[in-house]
Design a protein around this ligand. Structure first.
Ligand SMILES: [Zn+2]
Length: 344
């Protein structure tokens, strides 16, 4: 049964097909992680049987089945999807599209900025977290590095990261049936992240750039830019300058205002920058030491309470804040034996 999104106040992760705008349906798909339980895929349909999906989900049997069931409600099958427009090259957005393309020849489009990441991920014999290694050591978090590497020492050979058919450029206008979507490059969460704006329908397919309940991780990717947090804040300003639209996020329920959430995210990062700065005055001077005195997640957990993967994200995020303070001239940086030391 197709429900109107948000009408029942139900859990946003509940399997189903939820109508959120004319011809736009939200389809939550499961993820194998506790922290993020689902990813929203959006189906765009029109009278001429165009069927385009924004994001694809994680290549898991359960996600594939759930997508098949949802599309059946819309009178379509997995093989009827013409194109996946993918917001960024993270596993939960990209890999089910790659799997379905192998079977059905579906086309995949992805932001051009993801090219270095995919090339890296396709290197044979690469080690897991090799890309994070230098940054964790520089952050003084060798212990966190050991813990994450112990989880998965080498990356299994994988075809999950096959290249897309099309690289999308900033400003490119895409046609999905009669619908026009404008691609906007929004680097930050990843360097090639894009969002899709449908001005006629007043909706923004925001991927992980603007999420309603959580703040996206910054620069968790194989080949990050020098200042991913600065990129992210600039990208928030970019969508803040668009006319306000309904927020269609990749994780979480849809909400009425992109602007409202962008303002909250900017305020959050201002607060984190201030907290990082004052932590430097009272604690140690590495990113790992600052991360250890900050509170994490909505539940205000300590770094030690997080699992190794989230410890890594927390340390890298703290480093991103400190590096931005350095770039702004508020904090000075010295390096000793490969470890960055910051001083307010
Ligand atoms: Zn995601």
């Amino acid at each position: 049964m197709i429900e109107t999104d948000g009408a029942t106040g139900a859990d946003w992760t509940a399997p189903g097909v939820y109508r959120c705008a004319p011809g736009v349906y939200r389809i939550p798909l499961p993820l194998p992680t506790d922290a993020l339980r689902a990813v929203n895929v959006y189906a765009l349909v029109d009278d001429e049987n165009a069927l385009v999906l924004v994001d694809s989900g994680w290549a898991l049997a359960a996600a594939r089945d759930q997508l098949g069931t949802a599309l059946a409600e819309l009178g379509a099958g997995l093989g009827d999807v013409q194109r996946f427009l993918v917001t960024h090259a993270h596993r939960d957005h990209y890999t089910l599209g790659v799997e379905l393309r192998r079977e059905f020849g579906t086309k995949i489009a992805l932001g051009r900025g993801e090219q270095p990441a995919l090339e890296y991920l396709n290197r044979p014999g690469r080690q897991s977290f090799a890309a994070q290694q230098d940054r964790l050591l520089r952050a003084g978090a060798g212990d966190v590095l050991e813990r994450v590497v112990a989880l998965a020492p080498t990356a299994p050979p994988s075809t999950a990261w096959d290249l897309p058919d099309t690289w999308l450029d900033d400003g490119e206008v895409l046609q999905a049936g009669a619908r026009k979507l404008r691609t906007l490059a929004t680097p930050g969460h990843t360097r090639g992240h894009v969002v899709f704006h449908d001005a006629d329908a007043d909706v923004l397919f925001a991927g992980d750039h603007v999420l309603p309940h959580i703040t996206p991780s910054i620069g968790f990717e194989p080949v990050p830019t020098a200042l991913p947090l600065a990129d992210f804040l600039t990208s928030l300003q970019l969508v803040r300058e668009l006319p306000d639209a309904r927020l269609l996020p990749a994780h979480g329920p849809i909400t009425d205002s992109v602007h409202e959430r962008v303002d909250e995210l900017i305020a959050h990062h201002d607060a984190r920058l201030a907290a990082s700065l004052s932590a430097l005055a009272t604690t140690g001077d590495t990113a790992a030491e600052v991360a250890a005195v900050l509170a994490w997640t909505r539940r205000q957990r300590s770094l030690a309470e997080l699992d190794p993967l989230n410890q890594m994200l927390a340390v890298l995020e703290t480093a991103a804040h400190l590096e931005l303070l350095v770039a702004r001239g508020v904090v000075s940086l010295t390096e000793q034996d490969g470890v960055a030391h910051y001083r307010a």
